[in-house]
Write a protein of this length. Structure first.
Length: 447
């Protein structure tokens, strides 16, 4: 078996987990989901989901990963010898491909905007023109797929350099910068005329606008944003040292990730209302309003470049963690060499990403309930794969796993206090499975 190396420092491990969590899920997807689901009430439900399900499920993945120092399949085999629970790993692998398939297309859009910013095209236009600009991008198969491929080349180049060097360095430098720049953009967005309407939309909870679909979206969004449910954090925490406090790390990931999502909302919505863009615009939302924000800023050219560059790196640390799921699996379970595992992962990823990229143009006739391939992948990733995986890990750790291992992992063998163990176990046993199953039954019309 390949030798497993730990993260060099505690900061390195946390930075990598935060790097995985913070990405397009926060900056691109959170605002558009909040916009489609009426704003304030959605955000309240989202935060509740993070606290009672997100953080406990992060911990359940950490417990599985660190107690075994193995990938998901080997971990489940070690923890439940002779049982078939490890079969669930295949669902996780499939899920990771679905996520990275549509996700890398959005990363491609980010590179296009980075390019447009560099050649000075992100200023001097009206909101309608920015909207047309985005439509022109996605309707052009060459540009859409070309940028996506370029992104994937970056991604797999970093992967081939190995986990420690590649991931740790990129993640720990870029994250604080991104945070800072988001705050600066929020301030500028709040200074726009009519910004108050955006704030009201975001923070005034009007529950009449929230449907059960919205609740499912909030839950799926929380899981996608925290990178849980497809064993990503099992893989990462399998590299954690034995003296890290899992609870502290999980709370840090949850809090930072949520802060980035809320900041993105505060950056986008005042501008949405100020420019008269529809909050329900969907995946195109941030691409329609961001250029307008840069335009208002002194030195907008540089800000735009910097912003897309940082978002590019934030996305890269997320796709790296996504591709690490099948790669570690192939290396450790199928005894492949790392380059070979990377090549297979790249091949499947490219195939799915091409399908997703073409679904706005060449393949736009292929639709299911009005959704193209990209939309279906986007929806299935968070609302099906990650939730299913979340219920599985919650039930597995809450009900099936030996309670002693949970105690041992959360308290580091009894040394740590205040690890919220009873709360975590309660949420894993009851809150997460019951609410997720309830929502599914409700949606399918069974209750
Ligand atoms: N959490 C990432 C984001 O918000 C996406 C992701 C999902 C990464 C699952 C890894 C695993 O952008």
């Amino acid at each position: 078996m390949a030798k497993r190396v730990g993260f060099a420092t505690r900061m390195g491990a946390i930075a990598a987990a935060v790097g995985s969590a913070v990405g397009l899920g926060n900056i691109w997807r959170f605002p558009y989901e909040a916009g489609e689901n009426g704003g304030g009430a959605f955000i309240l439900v989202y935060i509740a989901c993070i606290i009672v399900m997100g953080i406990p499920v992060i911990l359940s993945e950490f417990i599985i990963g660190r107690s075994t120092h193995s990938n998901m399949k080997a971990a489940l085999k070690k923890l439940s010898p002779g049982k078939k629970y490890y079969m669930f790993t295949y669902v996780c692998i499939l899920g990771s491909f679905v996520v990275i398939g549509f996700y890398s297309v959005v990363c491609g859009w980010i590179i296009e905007y980075l390019y447009q910013a560099a050649i000075g095209h992100l200023s001097g236009h009206t909101p309608e023109e920015y909207s047309d600009m985005f439509s022109a991008l996605i309707s052009n198969p060459w540009r859409c797929v070309g940028w996506t491929m370029l992104f994937l080349v970056f991604n797999f180049l970093v992967m081939s350099r190995g986990i420690e060097k590649g991931i740790e360095r990129v993640a720990s430098i870029m994250m604080p910068l991104l945070f800072l720049i988001l705050i600066i953009f929020c301030i500028h967005s709040l200074l726009l005329p009519g910004a108050g309407k955006g704030l009201r939309f975001l923070f005034y909870p009007d529950f009449s606008k929230l449907t059960i679909h919205g609740v499912l979206d909030a839950l799926g969004q929380a899981f996608l944003s925290l990178s849980i449910g497809i064993s990503c954090l099992v893989t990462y925490s399998s590299y954690f040292k034995d003296d890290t406090s899992l609870t502290k790390d999980a709370v840090t990931v949850g809090v930072l990730d949520t802060m980035v999502a809320i900041l993105s909302g505060v950056m986008i919505f005042p501008a949405v209302f100020s420019f008269g863009v529809e909050p329900t615009a969907g995946p195109r939302l941030i691409f329609e309003v961001l250029p307008g924000i840069f335009q208002q800023m002194t030195g907008g050219y540089v800000w735009a470049l910097l912003f897309f560059l940082l978002v590019f790196f934030a996305s890269l640390t997320s796709t790296i963690s996504l591709s690490e799921i099948p790669i570690t699996f192939m290396i450790e379970e199928h005894k492949m060499s790392r380059p070979r595992a990377i090549a297979w992962t790249a091949l499947f990823t490219v195939a799915l990403a091409v399908l997703a990229g073409l679904s706005f143009n060449v393949l736009d006739q292929i639709k299911l309930w009005g959704n193209n391939i990209f939309d279906m992948m986007d929806y299935a990733a968070s609302n099906i794969f990650m939730l299913l995986g979340g219920v599985f890990t919650a039930i597995y750790v809450g009900w099936i796993m030996d309670r002693k291992v949970i105690h041992e992992q959360l308290t580091n063998g009894g040394r740590l206090k205040g690890t919220m163990e009873p709360f975590v176990v309660f949420c894993l046993r009851y809150v997460a499975p019951i609410s997720i199953i309830f929502i599914f039954l409700f949606l399918t019309g069974i209750i």
